[in-house]
Ligand binder design. Structure first.
Ligand SMILES: O=C[C@H](O)COP(=O)(O)O
Length: 314
């Protein structure tokens, strides 16, 4: 695990220095994913790495303890063992599981004896439209239930009004409420209107001590995109240059295909380097990505596509 980001005092001067060239960002994001083509063995390695970085997620109104237990079984054994045996891989798990606060205890029980962390969303996920004291209480509840990581949502209204100091204060209080649990700050970038706002919100979250910055809840009309991710990765790079602290990144929402996973890994590698390709600094938030990755690995290993029912991951 990477050392935690302690955050800094609020530094509005760092926000004022933010400059975004939107067309150039879009071009770079488009080029990055077309340039690199991965050979079969490398593709298997990158796909396995992606699995180890997945926050395997269920965030549905009809979640039950049984569904969470099934999700945790997949987190423990994300890829069919006979496939892994063929390529000599052991001990592969997902990066974490991610659930609602009332499901944390069930997830902890189902993952007992493993090192797989349980992440809980909190702070009135997904909209965050609750009084701050209730949002903080929800964080404390989830930590008390055993959550190792907390995925909080930012107040979009504060970002849209440019009230960055107020946003910093809220996020700092959330970071404190998290205690030993790592904090992932969800920016809900699809609702922030401009890349400039995305970059500024990223800075504020890191200054407040976020351990990861995360694009989306999965519930906005527009979730993770490559240009938004590129913008966030560059603020992570700036923040490291300014403070020496490494902050993680979590794209989330709508990532469903092996190709998506590879695209985001390439983006991480090109912009931040190898250190950011491990679960301590990279997570992929996804409820329905694992199945396609497993199909792709099966295809690369055996030369044919498996019928969906033959694979452990749905
Ligand atoms: O944080 C994770 C997201 O909820 C996952 O979104 P998804 O259901 O579109 O994969």
């Amino acid at each position: 695990m990477a050392a935690r980001n302690p955050g800094t005092d609020f530094r509005p001067d760092w926000l004022e220095a933010v400059r975004i060239n939107t067309p150039a960002t879009e071009r770079r994001a488009a080029n990055l994913t077309t340039r690199r083509s991965l050979k079969k063995n490398w593709q298997i390695a990158w796909l396995l790495n992606a699995v180890s970085c997945i926050d395997l997620t269920t965030l549905s109104g009809d979640d039950t303890e049984n569904r969470v237990a099934r999700l945790c079984a997949k987190a423990r054994q994300p890829i069919a063992p006979e496939l892994l045996e063929e390529i000599g891989v052991t001990g592969l798990t997902t990066g974490a599981v991610c659930v609602y606060p009332t499901m944390v205890a069930a997830a902890k029980r189902a993952l007992a004896g493993t090192a797989i962390p349980v992440a809980s969303v909190a702070t009135g996920f997904p909209a965050g439209l609750m009084p701050l004291d209730l949002r903080l209480a929800e964080i404390r509840y989830a930590v008390d239930q055993g959550a190792d990581e907390i995925d909080i949502v930012i107040s979009r209204a504060l970002a849209l009004r440019g009230e960055w100091g107020a946003l910093y204060d809220e996020l700092r209080a959330m970071r404190e409420a998290c205690g030993p649990a790592r904090m992932k700050a969800i920016l809900a970038t699809g609702e922030l209107k401009t890349l400039q706002n995305v970059a500024k919100a990223s800075h504020v979250a890191m200054q407040a001590g976020a351990d990861y910055i995360k694009t989306s809840t999965g519930k906005e009309p527009v979730n993770a995109t490559l240009p938004v991710s590129l913008t966030m990765l560059r603020t992570i790079r700036d923040y490291q240059a300014l403070t020496g602290h490494k902050v993680g990144f979590k794209p989330a929402g709508g990532l469903k295909t092996a190709k998506d996973a590879l695209n985001w890994e390439v983006l991480m590698f090109e912009e931040l380097g190898r250190d950011w390709l491990a679960p301590g600094l990279f997570r992929i938030g996804a409820s329905s990505l694992l199945g396609d990755i497993e199909r792709q690995i099966h295809h690369n290993v055996t030369g044919r596509y498996a019928a969906a029912h033959r694979l452990a991951a749905g």
